[in-house]
Write a protein that binds this ligand. Structure first.
Ligand code: ADP
Ligand code: MG
Ligand code: MG
Length: 251
C-alpha cells in the first residue's frame, strides 16, 4: 500500500529525514516511536504533502502510484488521512456541511456520485456512535470552542467518515484522558480491515495497549534505527530511549 524508499527531506535547508525506508501492507498497523525531535511529525507531514518540507531524495508510492507530485488534497482523495497534533477551527462551517462536502469531494475524485441525504445521515449516525459524539457537537462549527478532547474525538469522527485507506495519527494520544484514548483507539480499530492500514505515531506505549500494532519502528535522528514486533513498544516503555541512543553511539 505504502512504500517509502530512501526518503530525505529538509526544512529551511536543514536535513531532518535522512533516508527513511518503510513498507506498509494492507491490513497492517505500524507504530512509529522515538524521542522528541527525531523527525516523526516531519515524516507524517511529508507523507501528506505539506509544502513546508522539501523532499531532496527518495520515493513514495501509495497504491502503486508515485504520489510525490500530488497535492495534499489529492493525496487525501487517494485515501490518506492525517490526524494532526493540533486540529484547526473553522468558524461558521457546520460539521454536517463540512463532512458532506469533504465526503463528496472524495467520491467525485473516485468517480462516484454525491452521497444521498439518507445515506449521509445514516453514515453520520453510525460514525458518531464510534466516537460517542452527540448530535449537539456535530451541529456546531468545526472545532470552534471544542475542548481538546472534543477536537480529538471530532478528528477521529472525520477519519471514520472518510474511511481512509491509510490513516496516519501523529501523537493523537498526547494529553488525552483514558476515555478519550479509548475513543481514539475505537476509531482506529473499527477502520481495520484487510484493505486499510494505519501508521500510529506515538511517544508512549499507552495508546498501543488499545491499538495493537503489527510492527513497531523507532525513528531516531531522521532514520528508522529499529523495527520489531509489539514487544519493542513494551521494551521502550520500560527502558526509555536512552539505550537506543547508546546503541547508536550517542551516549
Ligand atoms: P518529532 O515529531 O519526532 O518530535 P519533528 O519532526 O517535529 O520531530 O522535528 C524534527 C526536527 O525538525 C527537530 O529538530 C525540529 O526542531 C525540526 N523542525 C521541525 N519543524 C521545523 C520548522 N518548521 N523549522 C525548523 N526546524 C523544524
Ligand atoms: Mg515533537
Ligand atoms: Mg512530533
Amino acid at each position: 500500500m505504502l512504500q517509502i524508499k530512501n526518503l530525505h527531506a529538509n526544512i529551511n535547508g536543514k536535513e531532518i529525514l535522512k533516508g527513511i525506508n518503510l513498507t506498509v501492507k494492507p491490513g497492517e498497523i505500524h507504530a512509529i516511536m522515538g524521542p522528541n525531535g527525531s523527525g516523526k511529525s516531519t515524516l507524517a507531514s511529508v507523507l501528506v504533502g505539506n509544502p513546508a518540507f522539501e523532499v531532496t531524495e527518495g520515493e513514495i508510492t501509495f497504491n502503486g502510484k508515485d504520489i510525490m507530485e500530488l497535492s495534499p488534497e489529492d493525496r487525501s482523495r487517494e485515501g490518506m488521512f492525517l490526524s494532526f497534533q493540533y486540529p484547526v477551527e473553522i468558524p461558521g462551517v457546520s460539521m454536517v456541511n463540512f463532512m458532506r462536502a469533504a465526503l463528496n469531494e472524495h467520491r467525485k475524485y473516485n468517480g462516484l456520485e454525491p452521497v444521498s441525504a439518507s445515506d449521509f445521515l445514516k453514515l453520520m449516525r453510525e460514525k458518531r456512535a464510534v466516537v460517542e459524539m452527540d448530535t449537539k457537537l456535530s451541529n456546531r462549527s468545526v472545532n470552534e470552542g471544542f475542548s481538546g478532547g472534543e477536537k480529538k474525538r471530532n478528528e477521529i469522527f472525520q477519519m471514520a467518515m472518510l474511511d481512509p485507506k491509510l490513516a496516519i495519527l501523529d501523537e493523537t494520544d498526547s494529553g488525552l484522558d483514558i476515555d478519550a484514548l479509548r475513543i481514539v483507539a475505537n476509531g482506529v480499530n473499527q477502520l481495520k480491515t484487510p484493505h486499510n492500514a494505519a501508521i500510529v505515531i506515538t511517544h508512549y506505549q499507552r495508546l498501543l495497549e488499545y491499538i495493537k500494532p503489527d510492527v513497531v519502528h523507532v525513528l531516531y535522528k531522521g532514520r528508522i534505527v529499529k523495527t520489531a514486533g509489539p514487544e519493542l513498544a513494551l521494551e521502550l516503555e520500560e527502558k526509555g530511549y536512552d539505550w537506543i541512543k547508546k546503541e547508536m553511539g550517542d551516549e
